[in-house]
Design a protein around this ligand. Structure first.
Ligand code: BGC
Length: 720
């Protein structure tokens, strides 16, 4: 007996410790996993399948298997909280980099920046000894009011996929697991933990799944978080179709599925239908579905030991790639390089919506005084509301950024303009009046704006108004901001509207009445510097909208079809595949600002669009070539968007679908030759009746575009 207890720790050292790192490297991971599983008792195995604290799940000390630690993203590595409650642990070493929010990353249309985001998250997670980051989050932006739109990327599955792959690769390059979330069809916060989403398989396959599939198959994501909602009648945490059939069997996912926090409902159903780890918010942990009740279920034969072993193997697999990987990086936190990454992302995410008076970039020599107006000019966005945030080591506000970039040559003064009287956790009654203007603050802002050369009005929402757990009630700008905009615009003809928010808003009046509109986001630690550099022209804006801004909420599919928030806790996605611009284009509804829209300080012309062949076979690749010329006087980045449309389709197809894009820097008067490949198989649609991807033969149109509505060149080709 004694010998056994001596041998096992030594074996554990051999497998996990640094001493034998060389030999560990040479041992194939599957052998190590076999070795461990054979030596574990059933109780030890089950101990690994559920949380043992708010952000960790059990290990097996006896065998040297560490517990798994995780932390929230996606905005950065969340501050350390106490082991058993949500209060701050009051550390002094957990100040982190606040990275731009998901829709900001998506607005860069730059997968390399998504990768950079991931690397920063991974490095900071290592510095905090976290094995799994609960990021990225990329549910499809189906409904503009969804409170987590700011965390998510886009309404388009292709853009979503390209960013998801690179965020995951970036995080995992640091031997930290990404946890891609929330699988699947978690597109509204209202009733999120009780709603049954009814969505047809074609829409799942074409719209809601692609980024998850790509993050698993191309990004090699180590963990997946199941969503709170039901999909087609079954909770996502016990959904055989989602977890077993599609994720694990079809896509070959090797890692572990963890539940969203307290998102498990049954022991046997969850265990048999694909969930591996139960996570949640409060103990007693041994009473959780995947603790003692699971042990009982195995003993009574309702869950097999084989099923338990599969879960343990998946967790060990991810442990060997993360906390117990060889050459595990040490990590670093809130470094200047991380701030630079945050700046790079922020500066490419800002979208120039309107510049009719050519007021931007600001001509520094002519500007002696700037009024910066609006609560958002001095507000930080790292924290707030109900969702995860970051204890930011620093966060440059718009006012700070403008002062630092313009303060040497101009006086920069501030007026608050409006009060942001809204807290996510308040009742509606407590928040009542949040949409009313404050006349005293407006008068002060107007008085200031009258005296300056330029007024920069920083409005929008904030992290209380857009929050996890809540959807907005309408698209209107909050806090009486429109009244402020009207008054300041009347007082100063050189008014620039800067909107900071993470989701679409109603900008009808502003678009009509204002000549200069800039869209920024919850843009991270360096937000103010990035914004000021765009205003100054140090950065030529190159952000493009990752979702449509509808003219009216009623135009959007969920509202038009009256499927939000659903009836009797059932939300039927009647629009099917017609999500985002697929809906607006196909239904011929003009949006306020379309998907892919954004201006630059220069102009680009497109010529010479060609495909390498005229007719393709299903296994072929199209090589698309075109030339893009910068016809202006400053360098700039253009986002070349390639959409495809099936002509005379026999089935319902969206009017057009994004199938490739490329962001490219072009110097003034220079022409860039662009070449992009599109696989013919990616033009398939999912035939629900046959339950398979189908490539329609016939004629297709290829569109080279500067936005989904700004088609510059077209070409046609055939598929045999
Ligand atoms: C959210 C997840 C998050 C988890 C842990 C849940 O409420 O939906 O995105 O990772 O809490 O904080």
């Amino acid at each position: 007996m004694r010998i056994k207890y001596i041998i096992i720790p030594i074996a554990a050292l051999f497998l996990f410790g640094n001493v034998s790192a060389q030999r560990v490297n040479q041992t194939p991971i599957q052998h190590k996993i076999d070795y461990m599983v054979k030596r574990m008792t059933l109780e030890e195995k089950i101990n690994m399948l559920h949380g043992n604290a708010l952000f960790s799940s059990g290990g097996v000390k006896r065998l040297g298997i560490p517990e798994l630690t995780c932390d929230d993203g996606p905005l950065g590595v969340r501050e350390e909280i106490k082991r058993f409650d949500w209060n701050s642990a009051n550390w002094t070493t957990d100040s982190a980099t606040f990275l731009p929010n998901g829709s900001a990353i998506a607005a860069t249309w730059n997968p390399a920046l998504a990768n950079k985001y991931g690397v920063v998250i991974g490095e900071e997670a290592n510095a905090r000894k976290k094995d799994i980051m609960l990021a990225p989050a990329f549910n499809i932006c189906r409904m503009p009011l969804c409170g987590r739109t700011y965390e998510y990327y886009s309404e388009d599955p292709f853009l979503n996929s390209q960013l998801a792959i690179q965020s995951v690769k970036g995080i995992q390059s640091q031997h930290v697991a990404a946890c891609i979330k929330h699988f699947a069809a978690n597109n509204q916060e209202l009733n999120r933990d009780s709603v049954n989403t009814i969505v047809d398989e074609r829409a799942l396959r074409e719209i809601y799944f692609p980024a998850f599939k790509a993050a698993v198959q191309q990004g090699n994501a180590y963990t997946v978080m199941s969503a709170y909602n039901k999909v087609n009648g079954y909770w996502c945490s016990e959904n055989d179709f989602l977890l077993n059939k599609v994720l694990k069997n079809e896509w070959g996912f090797k890692g572990a599925v963890m539940s969203d926090w307290s998102g498990v409902h049954h022991t046997v159903a969850a265990a048999n239908n694909g969930l591996d780890i139960e996570m949640g918010s409060s103990g007693p942990y041994d009473k959780w579905y995947f603790a003692k009740p699971l042990l009982e279920a195995v003993k009574s034969g309702q869950v097999s030991v084989k099923t338990i072993d599969d879960k343990v193997r998946r967790i060990l697999w991810l442990i060997y790639h993360t906390s117990m990987s060889s050459n595990h990086p040490k990590g670093s936190i809130a470094t200047p390089a991380h701030a630079k990454a945050a700046y790079d992302i922020a500066s490419e995410s800002i979208v120039l919506l309107k510049n009719d008076a050519h007021l931007l970039p600001l001509k520094v020599n002519n500007i002696k005084s700037i009024a910066v107006i609006g609560d958002n000019a001095v507000r930080t966005f790292a924290l707030g509301g109900y969702g995860a945030g970051v204890k930011a080591q620093h966060e440059i506000t718009a006012l700070e950024g403008i002062k630092s970039k313009f303060g040497k040559t101009a006086s920069v003064t501030f007026a608050q303009g409006y009060k942001a009287k809204y807290l996510a956790n308040n009742t509606d009654a407590q928040n009542s009046g949040y949409d009313q203007p404050d006349q005293t603050l407006i008068d002060q802002a107007v008085a200031l704006a009258k005296t300056t050369d330029v007024a920069i009005l920083c409005i929008g929402s904030n992290r209380e108004y857009e929050s996890e757990g809540h959807d907005r009630k309408n698209l209107e700008l909050p806090f009486g901001e429109q009244a402020l905009v009207n008054a300041v615009t009347a007082a100063n003809p050189n008014t620039i509207i800067v909107i900071m928010a993470g989701a679409p808003y109603d900008l009808n009046e502003i678009k009509k009445s204002n000549h200069t509109i800039v869209w920024s986001w919850f843009n991270g630690s360096e937000a103010g510097n990035a914004l000021a550099d765009v205003l100054k022209g140090v950065v030529n804006p190159s952000g493009r909208l990752p979702f449509t801004f509808p003219v009216s909420l009623n135009d959007s599919p969920a509202s038009a079809l009256n499927t939000y928030p659903g009836k009797d806790l059932t939300a039927e996605y009647k629009e099917g595949i017609l999500v985002g611009y697929r809906w607006y284009d196909t239904k011929k509804i003009d949006p306020l600002y379309c998907f892919g829209y954004g201006l630059s300080y220069t102009n680009f012309t497109y010529t010479d669009l060609t495909t390498n062949k005229k007719t393709y076979k299903p296994d072929d690749k199209i090589t698309v070539s075109l030339k893009v010329k910068n016809t202006g006087s400053v360098a700039g980045k253009e986002v070349v968007q390639l959409y495809i449309s099936k002509l005379n389709s026999l089935v319902l197809r969206p009017e057009k679908e994004l199938k490739a894009f490329k962001k490219i820097m072009i110097l003034p008067a220079k022409t860039a030759a662009i070449s992009v490949n599109i696989d013919i198989k990616d033009l398939a649609y999912f035939d629900s009746k046959l339950s398979k991807w189908t490539i329609e033969p016939g004629q297709y149109q290829l569109m080279a575009a500067s936005s989904s509505k700004d088609i510059r060149q077209t070409a046609t080709f055939n598929i045999k």
